[in-house]
Every structure is written in C-alpha cells, then in structure tokens.
Ligand binder design. Structure first.
Ligand SMILES: [Zn+2]
Length: 200
C-alpha cells in the first residue's frame, strides 16, 4: 500500500466523553495530533500524545504499510483519535431517507414488531395519514409491515386499533455514522462503538 493511500485511510474520532462523533482521514488525524488537539486512543482506552505515540511507533517499525515515515518522524497509523477538549456531538440533522428510516426502526414493523428482513415486506406508514394532512417527517413516518399497513389503511393507529411500539422521533446522529460509513467500518472500532451503544 502506498503512502498516499495510508493518508486517506479512515480514523474514528471520539469526543471528550469517548463518544464516536466522526470518521476522518489519517491525514487529518495527524494534523490534530501535531496541533495537540487530539491524542491517539487505543482499544484498551489508553490515550497518547503525539510524542508518546512516536515512541510507541518504534516498537512497530517492522509493520509494513502501517507506519508513515517522513525524514524526521515515523508514526504508526492510528485507528482512532480522542479529542480531550471537544464536548459536543455534531449538530447534524439526520437526512430523511428510506435507509435511515430502516436504521431508526431497526428493520421492525413499528406496530407488530415483526422483523422485516425481506424488502418486499416493508412499507412506509404515515401515522397520521397523508389524506388527513399528515406530513412526511421523522415524527409521522414509521416502518410498517404490509399486513399492518393494510389493516391500518387510511386511519390513525387509534382508529385502526393499532398501537405504535414507540413514538417516532428524528434518529440520533449515531445512525448516520453507521449509514454513511459501513464500507469503512473497521472491526477495531467495535470497542468504541459498543461503548456508544451502536451495536445494542
Ligand atoms: Zn406489522
């Protein structure tokens, strides 16, 4: 693997509460380390400043392709960085999309709870029907099996004798990380994402 590719590899970013907030590139992660705004975090939850990490890198010198070398320093590619001064979660409005709806509702009919493995069984239900002015927004749309959708028809859940498993809300930002980066997701991140409740 060439040096250029390594710099574009993905690095998980954790805020000061160890919440996964973003996925960045090795290149940007190193910039943070150089500026001192980030530390490298390893899967045993220890954090290392750039200087400490450079020392650790010496033990991995032979790991071909995992060490970035410049004339002055060598750095082992980090899998995750920790931002000790960054508190916030990203202010991201999760885009309303079918894929994000599936993630929010965990592929289950929000009335009967059936796991909808087969895309053909999935429908999208407007809790307050469109015909009654119900909007296509996170709080009025749920994943629904065909059977429940047919039963509900053009009625509210109360009228149809159906009960929502939970009140629909805009999904949390975490869903976005899972949705946007499944291709890049590294096994090694699981420990950090487990902590954030993403694999519950
Ligand atoms: Zn159902």
């Amino acid at each position: 693997m060439g040096k250029k590719n390594i710099l574009q590899e993905k690095v998980l970013v954790l805020n000061k509460y160890y919440q996964a907030i973003q996925i960045t590139t090795v290149q940007k992660a190193i910039c943070h380390l150089v500026k001192g705004t980030a530390k490298v975090i390893t899967t045993n939850w220890t954090t290392h400043t750039l200087d400490e990490w450079i020392k650790i890198t010496k033990f991995f010198e032979n790991e071909n392709g995992r060490v970035i070398r410049s004339p002055s320093i060598s750095i082992l590619v980090p899998d995750a960085i920790y931002l000790p001064y960054y508190e916030s979660l990203p202010k991201i409005d999760v885009v309303f999309s079918r894929q994000n709806l599936l993630l929010r509702d965990k592929y289950r009919c929000q009335y009967c709870g059936k796991h909808l493995k087969n895309p053909k069984d999935r429908t999208i239900d407007h809790v307050i029907p469109k015909s009654r002015g119900g909007k296509t927004v996170w709080t009025n749309v749920v994943l629904c099996c065909k059977k429940c959708n047919l039963k509900k028809g053009d009625r509210t859940p109360e009228e149809a004798g159906l009960k929502l498993l939970k009140t629909p809300k805009a999904p949390k930002w975490q869903a976005l990380i899972l949705e946007e980066f499944p291709k890049h997701k590294k096994d090694i991140w699981k420990v950090f994402l487990d902590f954030a409740g993403l694999f519950e």
